[in-house]
Write a protein that binds this ligand. Structure first.
Ligand SMILES: Nc1ncnc2c1ncn2[C@@H]1O[C@H](COP(=O)(O)OP(=O)(O)O)[C@@H](O)[C@H]1O
Ligand SMILES: [Mg+2]
Length: 443
């Protein structure tokens, strides 16, 4: 359901939109037309690269198409395409390792280099963090990176081909070096490497800011989870115990007054007592369920896929609503704050489906994309007027949906609820990926 529209169609539509913006912005002249063409081609390349689907042939075709459409030399089209693609925020905002790899690969795909590696230093050591091409992490490449970091960009001749390097800075401090075995004249190669180094600087600077906000975010999430857990314990120690005691008292009362009830009324009285005991038992069950659902330790320690399946299965059993959970991609490669947000949001959405929707089936899709974690909960119930219902719920202090929105926003994500009387209801949210699979290398 997340893929109702073919991907290529989406890419092209968004590329077209950007091209029109460029055309209008640049004044609708011939020059504007050339700019729009460049924007169009670059947007498609960016979309493919962002999804990890860009191959060498795509890049060659893109450059050739651009050169042809604008009637300009291949080299000019190629440089322009590289400049636009490598500074695209869509690519720079991907998880750091993924973003860096795309940048290096682009140099190879454009025919600027055969091997490229990125070397990072913490001051004392230097390590290759990403590389593209066979043998890119050679000893010579390491030595070149080291020398570059010591004295700025250097040149190191090596047989007929040449190793070039460029320094990457993070807030002005050199922190990494790109080393490439280049195929093009040196000045031209250096121009490409310089643009790539600037792009990677942006990735590293963003990474540092993200790390800092991730720390703050962890603190926030931890404190709100702790509060929830405390409510869970309070519930267990207070109301649940009171309900237990109440149940025992009702039973005692029944036994005590039974002998004093006239025989003709006994059966009715017994029925009333049974009803009351059943209600107290039900109340006890509800409170225990609530108390358990507030406990969050297992959300962080158990695999997310497992706890989501467990939650959804338990929901289906309790509610009798047909439920399907589909997870695409590896759900474990996310931060604990994100796991908690995903879990809680799904939990709350399901409880709304049970309480308000009248649905007979619900589908939960979790999709781990390179740039974001997307979750969609769709029920086939009677729907509702979103604005009105939320205003009313807020007045009554009901913060289910508002709470999901807050959690998601706290993690820099987006949240949307799409419904109307008659249904269906679709709740969607996306959290930006801040880590790639190899998250520990960078964080
Ligand atoms: N899946 C749904 N189907 C129909 N109505 C819904 C659904 N989810 C939420 N609602 C409506 O939105 C309101 C607000 O939901 P929420 O913020 O979770 O508060 P609460 O569930 O405590 O009422 C609900 O009272 C209900 O009217
Ligand atoms: Mg609710």
């Amino acid at each position: 359901m997340l893929e109702a529209e073919p991907r290529a169609h989406l890419y092209l539509r968004s590329a077209h939109r950007w091209a029109l913006v460029a055309f209008d912005g640049a004044g609708r002249t011939d020059a504007a037309d050339r700019l729009a063409t460049g924007t169009y081609v670059a947007s498609v390349v960016v979309a493919l690269a962002g999804e990890g689907e860009l191959d060498d042939a795509d890049v060659q075709i893109a450059v050739a198409t651009l050169a042809d459409a604008r009637d300009e030399p291949f080299d000019a089209a190629r440089f322009d395409l590289h400049r636009t693609v490598c500074s695209s925020s869509t690519l720079l905002e991907l998880p750091p390792l993924v973003a860096c790899e795309i940048q290096l690969r682009l140099l190879v795909q454009l025919g600027i280099a055969t091997e490229v590696s990125l070397w990072r230093t913490d001051g004392a050591n230097i390590d290759a963090v990403v590389s593209v091409g066979h043998g890119a992490e050679s000893r010579r490449a390491r030595a070149t990176a080291k020398a570059a970091l010591r004295q700025g960009t250097i040149l190191s001749l090596l047989g007929p081909r040449t190793l070039r390097s460029a320094v990457v800075r993070r807030f002005r401090n050199p922190c990494a070096a790109i080393v490439a075995r280049v195929l093009e004249p040196l000045a031209r190669s250096d121009a490409y490497l310089g643009a790539t180094a600037a792009a990677i600087s942006t990735v590293f600077e963003r990474e540092l800011l993200l790390e800092r906000s991730a720390e703050r975010e962890q603190v926030l999430v931890r404190s709100s989870e702790q509060r929830l857990m405390r409510v869970g314990f309070d519930l267990h120690d207070g109301p649940i115990q009171d309900v237990l005691a109440l149940g025992a008292e009702v039973i005692l009362l029944r036994d005590q007054i039974y002998p004093f009830i006239a025989e003709t009324h006994r059966e009715r009285a017994a029925g009333r007592f049974d009803d009351m005991i059943a209600r107290v038992t039900e109340l006890d069950r509800h409170l225990r369920e609530l108390s358990r659902s507030l406990e969050s330790r297992s959300i962080v320690t158990r695999p997310l896929g497992e706890i989501l399946h467990r939650e959804v299965d338990a929901f289906a059993e309790r509610s009798g609503i047909r439920s399907r959970l589909e997870i695409r991609g590896d759900p474990e490669a996310i931060t604990s704050a994100q796991r908690i947000a995903v879990y809680r949001a799904i939990q709350e959405s399901l409880s709304n489906v049970r309480e308000h929707s009248g649905a007979s089936s619900v589908e939960i899709h979790v999709r781990m994309r390179r740039s974001a974690i997307e979750v969609r909960v769709t029920d086939d119930g009677h729907g509702f007027e979103v604005g009105r219902a939320l205003a009313r719920a807020a007045q009554r202090g009901r913060l289910g949906i508002v709470g999901i929105g807050e959690r998601v926003r706290m993690l820099g994500g987006t949240f949307e609820i799409d419904s109307a009387p008659g249904g269906p209801t679709m709740l969607t949210f996306a959290l930006p990926r801040v880590t790639s699979d190899e998250r520990n290398t960078f964080l």
